[in-house]
Design a protein. Structure first.
Length: 165
């Protein structure tokens, strides 16, 4: 849920340094695949049959690592709270080079995430149907028959192919 009260539903898959988000907003499906080891984000636009490739700065990579509980994030226990009837422990998460923070609510019985929120109130994420475990590698590839456009930095360099191509 955003600060404006808008609810956006998405599925998120995380496997080590790979993150995929499938989001449906305004009747359009958008998939983003972040490959932290490549420092790139691939945005798959189904309707246009296009993949946008965006380079990520070191700060953006660290931010995404922290948002998935990895990288150099530290978690400070804030105390117990109940979220939608679920007993949780609330943690304040910070990343050593980033002044912003996130809050996480972790189910006490199973140690699984239930909620994440930005400290500034800009967004809140409720995690439902959380299923830990390895993810299928195909989730982190792009369609081979889509056109590819490089963003923020000009055309793709020779020898650098988008994933799945």
């Amino acid at each position: 849920m955003t600060k404006a009260g808008k609810t956006i539903y998405s599925k998120v898959y995380v496997d080590a340094d790979r993150i995929r988000t499938d989001m449906n907003a305004h009747g359009k499906t958008t998939t983003t695949i972040v490959l932290l080891y490549q420092k790139k984000m691939y945005t798959v636009l189904e309707q246009q049959k296009k993949v946008l490739v965006t380079p990520l700065s070191d700060a953006q990579v660290r931010q995404r690592q922290a948002a998935t509980g990895g990288g150099y994030a530290t978690f400070d226990l804030m105390g117990p709270e109940t979220v939608n009837g679920i007993n949780c422990l609330k943690y304040k998460m910070t990343e050593r080079n980033d002044p912003t923070c996130l809050y996480w609510w972790i189910r006490t019985r199973t140690s699984t995430p239930v909620k994440m929120a930005a400290a500034d109130g800009s967004f809140t994420v409720f995690l439902t149907n959380y299923q830990p475990g390895p993810q299928d590698a195909s989730l982190f590839t792009t369609p081979t028959n889509y056109s590819v456009t490089a963003m923020q930095g000009g055309p793709l360099r020779a020898g650098v192919a988008p994933i799945g191509h």
